[in-house]
Design a protein around this ligand. Structure first.
Ligand code: ADP
Length: 669
C-alpha cells in the first residue's frame, strides 16, 4: 500500500510540474499578446495624435497665409473695382474662403466679393447688426490691433443645406488711424476638405468640434471596425477656440497582433514539444541504462560465482578474458593472463611444444574441438600439475562474425582422485567378498555339521556301550539295537554329505532343487535327532499336523535344517531347572492363501525363557548369540532359507511363557 501511494505521489508531482510549465508558457504568451496589442494600440494612437497636430499646423499656416493675402488686397490704396477683382482672384485661389468684405470704420460694407465655387445666401441684416459675430470680431480686432476671429455660426444655403462659417476681421490701420476692416469668411467644411483631407487616411475622420463635443464640420470615411482611436487638438485663434478632432477606426485586432508574436508563440510551442520529447527520451534512456546496468551486474555476478573457469581468446590465440574461477584454478591473476599468447604461463614446460602445435592446428580451423571436451594437463603458478577438462567453442559476435574462441575449464583432479580411490576400494571389496564367502561357507558347514556329527557320535557311543556288555559276548537282542544304531550312523553320515552339498549350493546361490515333500516326511527325517536331544534335556515333543495338507514345495534338506535349528533353539531355551513342564510343540497348518498360491505355516513353540526386546532387535543378525557355545548363525540362516522360498519368518511371545517361531512355505499347486 505505501509503495502504491509513493508511486501515486511521484506521478502527481510530475504531472503538477508539467501543468505548471504549461500554465507558465500560456500566461507568458497571453501577456505577450496583450503587450503587443497594447503596443500596437499606442502606436496607432501616437500616429493619430501626430496627424492631428500636423493637420492643426497646416490649417494655422494656411490661415496665416490668408491673412497676408488679405492684407495684400489693401496695398496701394486700391479703388473699389480693382479691389473687387483682386478679391475675386483671391477667392478663386483659396477655396476655403467663402466671402471677403471691405467695411468702413462703422462696419458698413464698401465692397465685397464671393467665392465662385458655391452659391451662398447672405442675409445682410444678420451681417450688419451690432451684435453680429462680425461686430464682435471687429471690435476685438480693433482692441488688439490685429486679426481676430469670430465664433462659428451656421449659414444656411439656397439649396436648403448650409454650413458652419467662421469670420476673421482684420483692422485696416494707416498711419496709426483705423481706416476700416477686412472681413473674410471661412467655410469650415471647405477648410477641412482642402487643407486636411488630402493627407487623410481612409480609416480616418476629421472634424471641428466645440468644447462640448458638438460637431461643426466633418470630413472622412464611414465608420468601420470596432476599435476607435480618437485624438483632439486645441486650435486656438485670436478671439475664438476650436477643437480639431481626428477619429480612426481599426478592425478587431487579430489574436496575434503581429508576426513576431506568432513567431514567438510557435517557437515556445516548439520549445515545449522539444522539451517533452527530450524528457521522454531521457526517461527511456535512463531506464535502458538501468536495464543495461542490471544486466551487466548480473553477468558480472554470474561470472564471479561460477566455479567453472572461463577463458576467451581472439583468432590469434591471445587471451582476451579470464574469469575469477580460472584465475583461482591456475593461480595467475587476470592481469598476468590477459594479452598473453602461446606459450601460455600455465602450460607445463614439458607439454608446451605439443600444446603450441595443437593450438596452431585448431586456430587454423583444421581441428574442431570435440563437443564432449578433451582432457589436458595445466600447471599452477606454484608448479603443480593438475588435470582439466576443456570445452571450447567458437566465439561469434553480434554481427555473426567469428572473433575468437570461448573455453570453459573444469579442474578434474578431485574427480580423478575419487575415481582412483573407488577403484582401489573396489578391488579390496572384491577380495574381502571372496574371503567372506569362504568364511561364511566354513561357518555354515561347521554349524550344520555339528548336528549330524553329534548324532553320529551318540549313536556310535550307544553301540559301543551295547557291544561292551559285561557278559563278554553281546546279547543278540543288543546286536539288533547296534544294527539300528549303525544304520542311523550311516543315515547321518549321508545327511552330513547332503548338508555339505546344500550349504555349498546355498553359499554359491545356485538354484535350489525344489521338490514336493509332505510335512510328515520332513518331520520324519528330523524327529529322531530332535528326540535324541529331547530325551537328554527331558523335553516332551508334541507334533500336530493338520489333516489333508498339500505337500510343501521346497529344498528338503534346507527346510529340515530350519526345523532342526528352531527345535534345538527351543529346547535350549527350556534348559533351565526352574522350567517345568518342558514341552516342544511342533505344528503345521494351512496359512492364509490366495488363488494363485496356497501356503503352509510351520510353527515351533517352546515354554522357555522367552526373548527380551534387546535380544529380539538383533535376533537375525549373523553371529549374534547369547550362548557361550553358540555361533549365532542358526536364525539368520533360517530366515534366508525361508525367504529364498518366498515365505516369511517371525516370532512372538507365547502365553504363559516361551516363544513361538513361525515360518511359511509354498504348498505344491
Ligand atoms: P545360536 O543358537 O548359535 O546361539 P541362533 O541364531 O540360533 O544362534 O540364536 C541366536 C540367539 O537367539 C540365541 O543365542 C538365543 O539367545 C536366542 N534364541 C533363539 N531361539 C530362542 C528361543 N526359542 N527362545 C529364547 N531365545 C532364543
Amino acid at each position: 500500500m505505501p509503495r502504491r501511494w509513493r508511486r501515486w505521489v511521484g506521478a502527481w508531482r510530475r504531472w503538477s510540474l508539467w501543468m505548471l510549465l504549461v500554465a507558465l508558457v500560456v500566461s507568458m504568451l497571453v501577456t505577450l499578446v496583450w503587450l503587443a496589442g497594447r503596443y500596437e494600440a499606442s502606436q496607432v494612437q501616437t500616429r493619430l495624435e501626430r496627424d492631428t497636430q500636423d493637420a492643426v499646423a497646416d490649417i494655422r499656416k494656411a490661415f496665416a497665409q490668408n491673412i497676408q493675402s488679405l492684407q495684400a488686397l489693401q496695398a496701394h490704396n486700391p479703388d473699389l473695382a480693382s479691389w473687387e477683382s483682386r478679391a475675386a482672384e483671391l477667392l478663386s485661389a483659396r477655396r476655403e474662403l467663402a466671402r471677403i468684405e471691405w467695411r468702413d470704420t462703422q462696419l458698413r460694407v464698401r465692397a465685397h466679393s464671393e467665392t465662385p465655387y458655391r452659391p451662398l445666401h447672405w442675409d445682410p441684416a444678420a451681417r450688419s447688426g451690432t451684435h453680429s459675430e462680425i461686430a464682435l470680431a471687429c471690435s476685438n480686432a480693433r482692441r488688439i490691433s490685429g486679426p481676430s476671429y469670430s465664433s462659428s455660426y451656421f449659414q444656411p444655403m439656397p439649396d436648403g443645406m448650409g454650413g458652419e462659417m467662421l469670420e476673421v476681421c482684420l483692422p485696416l490701420i494707416d498711419e496709426g488711424r483705423l481706416q476700416g476692416f477686412l472681413v473674410a469668411t471661412y467655410a469650415l467644411q471647405t477648410v477641412l476638405v482642402d487643407l486636411v483631407a488630402p493627407g487623410l487616411q481612409r480609416t480616418q475622420e476629421v472634424s471641428f468640434t466645440e468644447a462640448d463635443g458638438t460637431r461643426l464640420a466633418l470630413v472622412g470615411a464611414m465608420r468601420r471596425g470596432s476599435r476607435m482611436f480618437t485624438a483632439q487638438q486645441l486650435f486656438d485663434l485670436p478671439g475664438t477656440t476650436l477643437i480639431l478632432r481626428m477619429d480612426s477606426w481599426h478592425t478587431a485586432p487579430s489574436v496575434f497582433p503581429n508576426v513576431l508574436t506568432a513567431l514567438v508563440t510557435a517557437m515556445s510551442i516548439a520549445l515545449v514539444s522539444v522539451l517533452v520529447v527530450l524528457v521522454r527520451d531521457n526517461r527511456r534512456r535512463l531506464s535502458a541504462e538501468r536495464d543495461l546496468g542490471d544486466a551487466l551486474a548480473f553477468r558480472k555476478a554470474m561470472e564471479d560465482s561460477l566455479v567453472t573457469g572461463l577463458r576467451a581468446r581472439d583468432l590469434h590465440g591471445r587471451i582476451t578474458y579470464v574469469n575469477p574461477a580460472f584465475c583461482d584454478m591456475v593461480g595467475f591473476s587476470a592481469a598476468e593472463l590477459v594479452g598473453q599468447i602461446s606459450p601460455l604461463p600455465y602450460w607445463p614446460p614439458e607439454h608446451a611444444q605439443e600444446y603450441g602445435e595443437r593450438q596452431v592446428v585448431r586456430m587454423s580451423g583444421g581441428l574442431h574441438p570435440p563437443r564432449e571436451g578433451y582432457e589436458s594437463t595445466f600447471m599452477r603458478k606454484d608448479g603443480t600439475r593438475f588435470p582439466v577438462m576443456i570445452y571450447e567453442a567458437p566465439l561469434i559476435n553480434a554481427h555473426g562474425l567469428h572473433t575468437g574462441w570461448m573455453g570453459s575449464f573444469l579442474d578434474v583432479s578431485e574427480q580423478r582422485r575419487v575415481e582412483e580411490l573407488s577403484r582401489t576400494s573396489q578391488e579390496r571389496l572384491q577380495a574381502t567378498a571372496r574371503l567372506a564367502t569362504v568364511g561364511e561357507m566354513a561357518s555354515l558347514l561347521s554349524h550344520e555339521l555339528n548336528q549330524p556329527l553329534a548324532a553320529i557320535s551318540s549313536y556310535a557311543n550307544g553301540s559301543l556301550n551295547l557291544l561292551e556288555s559285561p557278559g563278554g559276548a553281546p546279547d543278540p537282542h543288543d546286536l539288533d539295537d547296534v544294527r539300528v544304531a549303525v544304520q542311523r550312523i550311516a543315515q547321518q553320515a549321508e545327511r552330513a554329505g547332503r548338508v555339505i552339498k546344500s550349504v555349498h549350493d546355498f553359499v554359491r546361490r545356485r538354484d535350489q532343487s525344489r521338490e514336493s515333500v509332505a510335512a510328515q516326511d520332513l518331520f520324519d527325517a528330523v524327529l529322531p535327532i530332535i528326540r535324541l536331544q529331547a530325551r537328554k534335556l527331558d523335553v516332551r515333543v508334541a507334533l500336530d499336523i493338520e489333516e489333508d495338507l498339500p505337500p510343501a514345495l521346497c529344498d528338503r534338506t534346507m527346510v529340515e535344517q530350519v526345523l532342526l535349528n528352531l527345535a534345538r533353539n527351543a529346547m535350549q531355551a527350556m534348559d533351565d531347572p526352574q522350567i517345568h513342564p518342558r514341552i516342544l510343540d511342533l505344528r503345521v497348518r494351512r496359512a492364509a492363501s490366495n488363488v494363485a498360491r496356497s501356503w503352509l505355516e510351520f510353527s515351533v513353540a517352546d515354554m522357555g525363557v522367552g526373548i527380551s526386546e534387546d535380544v529380539a532387535a538383533r535376533l537375525f543378525t549373523p553371529f549374534y548369540t547369547t550362548r557361550a557355545e553358540g555361533m549365532g548363525l542358526g536364525l539368520s540362516l533360517c530366515r534366508t532359507v525361508v525367504e529364498q522360498h518366498g515365505g516369511f519368518m517371525e516370532h512372538a511371545p507365547r502365553a504363559p511363557r516361551g516363544t513361538v517361531f513361525t515360518f511359511t512355505l509354498p504348498a505344491t499347486p
